[in-house]
Write a new protein. Structure first.
Ligand SMILES: [Zn+2]
Length: 470
């Protein structure tokens, strides 16, 4: 399939970049070509970092609409506002592209410690969790550190609420408990499950996120608690004290509802049907204001397109801004885009997503062919003045994942991630966590990468294995 896409591109584009040439001969030529963009890159960087417009716009978006979970009115009103603003900006082809999205609602919820003492514990139900009966579930707690410990105490899980107090190793490693915890506990007869928030640090602020069920076990309610309280319940159990809690959750899943990806463009001068996508997702969880995850990523991409427009820089190909819907629990925006644009995915040169927080940019992670990697690494060199010149292998984004699996080269903005998971999916994900000057550098990085790729004489070479499915 990859080979077929590659040869189609050769036929369609006939571009020099797509021609199979020995890597050794190709790279110096690519580097020289990219170097010819140095002055333009300098203009983009200077304009993007001259003010803090991106941060101010993100502050307005998040202050006006608050959190924007899929299925909510606040998300749809935010999308309307973004479309209006993009039209006011004078961007081209401004429109929404329909996607049906899941609609999970939290309702009211609470967790009360009953024994060994009474007290209310901050909690957040996990996305897609089922609820409890109205009177809640009152049961003794079994605290485990990991799945091995759960297996060792399998006989004690029946009728209890299992708390996974898994120490944070990395997001990718530890999030497994959030995704699988309910199934692991339910298989052993547990009546509900709790999770130490997947975060290296918090201040009694639980972190939500999506969970999953499968046909191997009855769905049981599943909620995150703070790191502090997980540690406390663990200590209580260690002392041999009975730990009993009452969990109440109204969470439920309603029928799917229509939503939209929002789109705006700067149409290309020579090959407007060929596209470079720059993007972030506009939905968030229903806590905090989704500033870091991922209003900031979308607004940085938006401001990158505006920076090109305001400088009168119109590349050969079209740069398409996409604000995705439903990244957080379903990826329906990315899937709908893949399906709606299936016939023209061969003309998607590159898709860029920012979804790791618009902190100090470091560079980009890239997934695509070796020869394309050489090109984008050379372009990355243009970002040395803002320290965003580290281009690494591997990268993309959840929303662009579906088109990457169809062979579109993908790229994710990499930023300093040291604080990202402190705030991620919690009430603390608010705009004050982002530095206006760092965010402006993210705008610059996206503008330079997107502009140069869109303006190169030939398409980025395709090839290489598409990323594994999610
Ligand atoms: Zn995100």
């Amino acid at each position: 399939m990859t080979l077929r896409i590659g040869s189609l591109l050769l036929l369609a584009g006939g571009a020099a970049w797509a021609a199979p040439r020995p890597a050794a001969a190709q790279q110096p030529a690519d580097t020289a070509l990219v170097a010819s963009y140095r002055a333009t890159a300098g203009r983009l960087i200077a304009a993007a970092t001259a003010d803090t417009a991106a941060w101010l716009r993100l502050a307005e978006l998040t202050d006006r609409f608050g959190s924007r979970i899929s299925g909510s009115e606040s998300l749809e009103r935010a999308l309307d506002w973004v479309l209006d603003e993009m039209r006011r900006d004078g961007l081209e082809s401004v429109h929404g592209e329909r996607a049906m999205v899941p609609h999970w609602v939290r309702g009211s919820e609470s967790l009360d410690l009953v024994e060994p003492r009474r007290g209310r514990l901050p909690m957040l139900g996990l996305g897609r969790s089922v609820g409890t009966p109205p009177e809640g579930i009152t049961a003794p707690v079994l605290v485990v550190s990991d799945s091995n410990e759960l297996a060792a105490h399998a006989a004690e899980a029946r009728g209890r609420i299992v708390l996974f107090d898994a120490p944070y190793v990395s997001y990718g490693e530890t999030v497994r408990y959030r995704v699988r915890g309910a199934v692991l506990a339910s298989r052993l007869g547990a009546v509900a499950a709790l999770l130490r928030s997947v975060s290296p640090f918090d201040m009694s602020t639980p972190h939500t996120g999506t969970t999953a069920y499968d046909s191997s076990a009855r769905p049981i309610p599943f909620a995150a608690i703070s790191i502090e309280d997980a540690a406390m319940l663990h200590r209580m159990q260690g002392r041999g004290q009975p730990v009993v809690v009452t969990l109440k959750m109204e969470a439920r899943t309603l029928p799917d509802v229509p939503s939209r990806n929002v789109v705006a463009e700067l149409r290309g001068t020579e090959r407007p049907d060929e596209v470079v996508v720059i993007s972030g997702h506009l939905d968030s969880w229903d806590v905090g204001t989704g500033a870091m995850d991922d209003g900031g990523g979308f607004v940085a991409a938006w401001q990158a397109l505006l920076t090109m427009k305001r400088l009168g820089l119109r590349p050969r190909r079209t740069v398409r801004l996409v604000g995705w819907t439903n990244e957080e629990y379903g990826t329906r925006g990315g899937l709908a885009y893949r399906d709606a644009h299936a016939p023209d995915l061969g003309k998607h040169d590159l898709a860029i997503e920012s979804d790791g927080g618009v902190f100090r940019p470091i560079g980009f992670g890239f997934t695509g062919s070796d020869s394309a990697f050489a090109v984008v690494r050379a372009i990355g060199g243009l970002l040395a003045p803002i320290g965003a010149d580290t281009i690494t292998r591997g990268g993309g984004g959840t929303d662009i994942g579906p088109i990457m699996q169809r062979g579109v080269p993908g790229m994710g903005l990499n930023a300093d991630g040291s604080r990202y998971f402190w705030y991620h999916h919690s009430d603390a994900d608010t705009v004050d966590k982002l530095d206006p000057r760092e965010m402006a550098k993210c705008v610059a990085a996206m503008a330079v990468m997107a502009y140069v790729v869109a303006d190169l004489p030939g398409q980025l070479p395709r090839g290489g294995a598409p990323p594994a499915g999610e």
